[in-house]
Design a protein around this ligand. Structure first.
Ligand code: HEC
Length: 107
């Protein structure tokens, strides 16, 4: 009985662990996005608030942008700098992309 309980706790622990792995904010921070993207103030890149204004009603298009299937729409004339970041999205799973998009569009 005790062993069963321990096994149960381990399973719950693992679940919490994998939930944290798809935390959009963590993905954003881990990939150095905050260097150029602040929460509310435009900086080197547009703020999350600015980006959310463009994509709030169309998260699918943001997913396509990250996958290289849609053109930039926020500051297209400054895309060169963002272009160097695009490889990072290729390394992300669909689940991670979704979490990242959800976090960004909350602003
Ligand atoms: C070296 C600075 C820099 C870093 C680091 C950076 N970006 Fe950007 N990003 C920019 C610039 C500049 C733009 C404006 C050009 C543009 O709109 O595409 C931009 C634009 C964007 C846009 C708007 C795209 C559009 O439709 O125009 C999104 C979304 C975005 N970045 C997400 C991210 C995410 C997520 C990360 C982290 C993986 C990241 N950026 C890292 C500089 C950066």
């Amino acid at each position: 009985m005790k062993r069963l309980l321990v096994a149960g706790l381990v399973v719950i622990g693992l679940n919490i662990g994998s939930f944290a792995a798809v935390d959009g904010k963590k993905i954003f921070e881990k990939n150095s996005c905050p260097i150029c993207h602040k929460e509310t103030k435009d900086a080197i890149g547009p703020s999350l608030k600015t980006i959310a204004e463009f994509y709030k009603n169309n998260p699918k298009q943001l997913e396509q942008f990250f996958k290289g299937q849609a053109d930039p729409i926020v500051w297209p004339d400054r895309f060169d700098m963002m272009k160097t970041q695009m490889g990072k999205f290729k390394a992300m799973s669909d689940e991670e992309l979704k979490a990242l998009i959800e976090y960004m569009l909350k602003h």
